[in-house]
Design a protein around this ligand. Structure first.
Ligand code: TXA
Ligand code: FE2
Length: 580
């Protein structure tokens, strides 16, 4: 009956001791079973059998030693169950192994847990004399969504316990377009629930409590396509504790707290969901806009949250993109995703020799050479920015440019109002500050905060992207140095966000526009990121970028600090973002 590839997968990076069997020959049966009615779609796909034994800490979060002990006991059991299933459903000759390969999660995860899983996988592969496949757990979280959606070239949002990032495939790798600057999204929620005294895992409890909550203000931090949870999490804890001005040394976070304690926990849970998932949805939209992709898939345990899925679906709907989230058993940690990706890797000949099968607790998704797919790349081109832009609608009237930040249906209305107002204010302010510091920018003619609308004088004759020259690029370097010295960054300096031309001036000028993602900062890293974004945009636009990149650095050096350029070299060494 089955003529496909059969792979047994083993997962055990942190809490889920899990084994699965994937049979690619049953995929047809699976489509027939899924039909078009929702009931049938809710049924699990018959091509993947999963057996999982979850580790449940008695108190606190995941203890690495206890987790390893759990793996030690549970992995052999779940593997045995999966193997029994493989034998029962095997219809080949009796002397043939019931599977074609053994796949295991090699990382990232807790070292002791990973080693137990790897040992079990090696033993099984030797006993059955079938190849071993080493799978990156994070890539598995996103490939399962591509597999179940059938999308060709989606942007992928991983929302798991220990991670949170956006990835897209290009040039043989999954590129990290944006990620958390501190903890993973699930861990952030779990830390809050620990503080409140709830048992692990906290994510589902936040979701349940949020049902009875109302919105209260909490921090919201998105920087380009990166985001951070530490500020919002400490604010949430303080709100819960009812920390008031008198209890902290001069702090003022107690304005909402009530006399008998803090803000009701339901309200905090509700607002945590609104802000944290709003941040993830916003960066996902930005990634769609940057890549020109109109497909989004979700992965990771936090993806089980209905509010997160609702926001992502709403955002995609509003911009005409397609959204897919796999069924919950494929979102939380599970060996099904390891078996499915394992099968693709096996079919591509991507197997491991025993001596190369060491685990890697810090295995990054962008380290994985993608052997199992070709074509279907995203372009990283900003096509139709005006129409499909992530944030604002831009229209032109005579010598005026009107920019309106549109309401986002996926966001809570209070948060939406606040963000549109804050960003409009900041863009107007930074545009003017840059001007005062000596950088050509458009004059801000009008600010309408209620409508989140800015009116600018139109500047330049064309985008720098269509009129690149060394002199102009050198100017941009000097302009960025000037605003950094003034204590802020542009946030999104691409060749599309620079206008060039003489216009009413006698000499050629280079204007910076679109300060919507800018912010005040004195961090070297932020300045270096600004340079990196522009540098990458040169690489993406110019036929011969090297002389331009040189000129850009020269321009920055003349007006700015050498140590920012040094930090830029560090950033480049990390090899993330859109670099080749
Ligand atoms: C490296 C690996 O071990 C790690 N896996 C992991 O963290 O398990 P995962 O199953 O992907 O995600 C678990 C997280 O998902 C959260 N979670 C589960 N159900 C949730 C829900 N309904 N709402 C919000 N969070 C939820 C849990 O609180 C927990 O933090 C990872 O992928 O980062
Ligand atoms: Fe995970």
């Amino acid at each position: 009956m089955s003529s496909g590839v059969r792979v047994l997968g083993i997962e055990g990076t942190a809490w889920a001791a899990s084994a699965a069997v994937y049979d690619s020959g049953l995929e047809g049966a699976c489509e027939a079973a899924s039909g078009s009615d929702t009931d049938a779609r809710a049924r699990p796909r018959p091509d993947v059998f999963i057996e999982t034994d979850a580790y449940q800490p008695e108190s606190g979060g995941i203890h690495p030693r206890e987790a390893a002990e759990h793996m030690h006991n549970a992995v052999p059991r779940v593997v045995e169950t999966a193997l029994a299933h493989a034998r029962e459903t095997h219809d080949g000759p009796a002397d043939e192994p019931p599977i074609d390969a053994v796949a295991f999660s090699r990382g990232p995860g807790l070292g002791p847990c990973l080693r137990i899983v790897a040992t079990a996988a090696r033993a099984l592969s030797q006993a059955l004399e079938v190849p071993l496949v080493g799978v990156n757990h994070m890539v598995a979280h996103l490939e399962i969504g591509r597999h179940t959606s059938g999308f060709d070239s989606p942007v992928c949002l991983n929302a798991s316990g220990a991670n949170a990032h956006l990835l897209a495939y290009r040039n043989g790798r999954y590129r990290v377009l944006g990620e958390t600057m501190d903890t993973g999204v699930g861990n952030a929620l779990d830390k809050f629930t620990r503080h409140v005294g709830w048992s692990h895992p906290g994510g589902p409890k936040v979701e349940a409590a949020a049902e009875a909550g109302e919105y209260v203000d909490l921090p919201y931090v998105v920087k380009g396509m990166d985001f951070s949870f530490s500020g919002i999490m400490s604010a949430a804890k303080q709100a819960y504790d009812g920390v008031s001005a008198s209890q902290t040394s001069g702090g003022s976070s107690g304005e909402r707290s009530e006399p008998d304690g803090g803000v009701p926990v339901e309200d905090i849970c509700f607002s945590l969901q609104e802000n944290v998932f709003g941040m993830l949805t916003e960066v996902a939209e930005r990634a769609l806009s940057l890549t020109g992709s109109d497909e989004l898939v979700l992965g990771g345990g936090v993806g089980q949250n209905a509010r997160l899925r609702e926001m992502l679906a709403e955002m995609c709907d509003q911009r005409g993109a397609q959204f897919h989230a796999p069924e919950p058993r494929f979102l939380r940690d599970n060996a099904g995703m390891i078996a499915v990706l394992g099968a693709k890797m096996y079919a591509a000949g991507d197997t491991l020799a025993l001596e190369d099968s060491r685990v890697d607790p810090d295995f990054r998704p962008d380290q994985v050479p993608v052997t199992w797919r070709d074509g279907g790349e995203v372009t990283f081109e900003r096509e139709n920015d005006e129409i499909r832009g992530a944030e604002a609608l831009v229209t032109f009237e005579d010598d005026r440019v009107i920019k309106r930040r549109l309401p986002k249906r996926y966001r809570h209305p209070d948060l939406d109002d606040r963000l549109r107002r804050e960003r409009t204010t900041l863009e107007a302010r930074l545009t003017s500050l840059a001007r005062r510091a000596g950088v050509p920018t458009p004059v801000v003619v009008d600010v309408d905060l209620r409508e989140a609308t800015l009116e600018f004088e139109s500047v330049g004759e064309s985008d720098l992207r269509d009129a690149l020259s060394s002199d102009r690029v050198r100017d941009v370097g000097a302009h960025l140095a000037t605003i950094h010295r003034a204590g802020f960054v542009h946030g999104d300096p691409t060749t599309r966000n620079v206008r060039v031309g003489a216009r009413q001036h006698e000499t050629d000028r280079t204007y910076l526009i679109d300060f919507g993602l800018g912010y005040h900062t004195d961090h070297l890293e932020d300045y270096a990121m600004d340079l990196h974004v522009f540098d990458q945009s040169l690489v993406g636009t110019a036929d011969d970028p090297e002389p331009l990149r040189e000129a850009f650095r020269d321009g920055y050096r003349e007006a700015g600090e050498e140590r920012v350029l040094e930090r830029l070299r560090d950033v480049e060494g990390r090899g993330r973002y859109v670099s080749e």
